[in-house]
Design a protein around this ligand. Structure first.
Ligand code: GRG
Length: 314
């Protein structure tokens, strides 16, 4: 039988993460700090413990990562990147502190990453890496800031449609293999654009529910190992398509609960592995989508608390 959900342990685990500055792991993950704050804050929020991190310190930290061009880096002094800009905006949104930044400046950074000819979006100004993750990140960011009108939504929707595969899924770029993470970002972007009509819903839902393996866990593509994080990438996609009941919810719940660490708290990719804040967040968000453990509801498109969605002007 799977263990109980270890709410108090998970809260303590997340609170402990910022106190490990004498450990190598803390510094090895320096380039991910902004993501860690978003994941930690979200997990706490869904557990109803949103005050477990000091609000003012969080806001001040996020603002200290902003570059004069409007974008945010993963840590103070790091180059700005679209993904950290999204996480920064999400954190400030959760904290009700969006009015402390210049939304137009952030939007200018984000829109400058879109290629007006192709609709592709780069992750940063220095590189030429394009990825469907970035289209989603740009659109969610601008949607929260109420600046989506500054972005060529139709052009990027056209690009996402080019990434659709014969199996109904979506990949990183046109012609790339379907992957659950990329499917989430494409469905998220299409949902923000109000263009879910372009999705082959039945075909894709079949592909998504076939991600459940006999252990109950979900993988990200055929023949791969299950991983707790796909309890988000796959499940949120099924939620967007209105097909959450196409998988065995109880078996997935047990798979997630089995991946908890009963000493340290936190959730790992699968049973017996080391926990981290990424899997802790996506495990809890997955349980929330499944409607278990008295968690706050999470919005499957924005990966933000559902109760705050009324603040969006969409
Ligand atoms: C606000 C929730 C949110 C997200 C922001 C960063 C991002 C936008 C989306 C990431 C989507 C994505 C591509 C997720 C997949 C991550 C992952 C586990 C990749 C692993 O890929 P492989 O090939 O692993 O290493 P598999 O499981 O296929 O063996």
């Amino acid at each position: 039988m799977a263990p109980e959900f270890m709410r108090e342990k998970h809260i303590e685990y997340i609170q402990s993460l910022d106190k490990k500055q004498d450990e190598l792991e803390y510094w090895l993950s320096e380039h991910l700090r902004m993501s860690g704050v978003y994941w930690g804050l979200m997990a706490l929020d869904l557990m109803g413990a949103r005050d477990a991190l000091p609000r003012e310190d969080v806001i001040e930290y996020v603002k200290s990562c902003q570059h004069p061009n409007g974008g945010f880096g993963a840590n103070p002094g790091h180059d700005p990147h679209l993904l950290y800009t999204l996480y920064a905006v999400q954190i400030l949104f959760i904290q009700g502190a969006l009015d402390t930044i210049d939304a137009n400046l952030v939007a200018k950074f984000v829109t400058s990453l879109q290629d007006p000819e192709t609709g592709t979006v780069r992750g940063d100004l220095a590189g030429d890496e394009v990825d469907t993750r970035f289209v989603y990140a740009a659109m969610q960011c601008l949607s929260i800031l109420d600046k989506l009108d500054q972005f060529d939504v139709a052009k990027s929707v056209e690009y996402i449609d080019q990434c659709k595969n014969y199996d109904g899924g979506y990949g990183l770029v046109p012609g790339a293999e379907s992957h659950a993470g990329q499917i989430f970002t494409c469905l998220g972007a299409l949902s923000i654009a109000n263009r879910l009509d372009l999705v082959d819903k039945d075909l894709l839902s079949w592909w998504l529910c076939e991600r459940q393996v006999p252990s109950g866990g979900l993988n990200g593509r055929p023949e791969k190992l299950p991983d707790v994080c796909y309890s988000w990438w796959v499940l949120s996609s099924l939620a967007i398509l209105g097909r959450l009941d196409w998988i065995d919810r109880q078996k997935l719940r047990e798979f997630i609960l089995d991946a908890q660490d009963d000493e340290l708290g936190g959730i790992a990719d699968r049973k017996g592995d080391m926990v981290d804040v990424y899997h802790t967040h996506f495990g809890i968000a997955g349980l929330s989508l499944l409607g278990f453990e008295n968690l706050e509801a999470v919005n499957p498109v924005y990966c933000l608390p559902e109760r705050l969605m009324g603040r969006l002007k969409r």
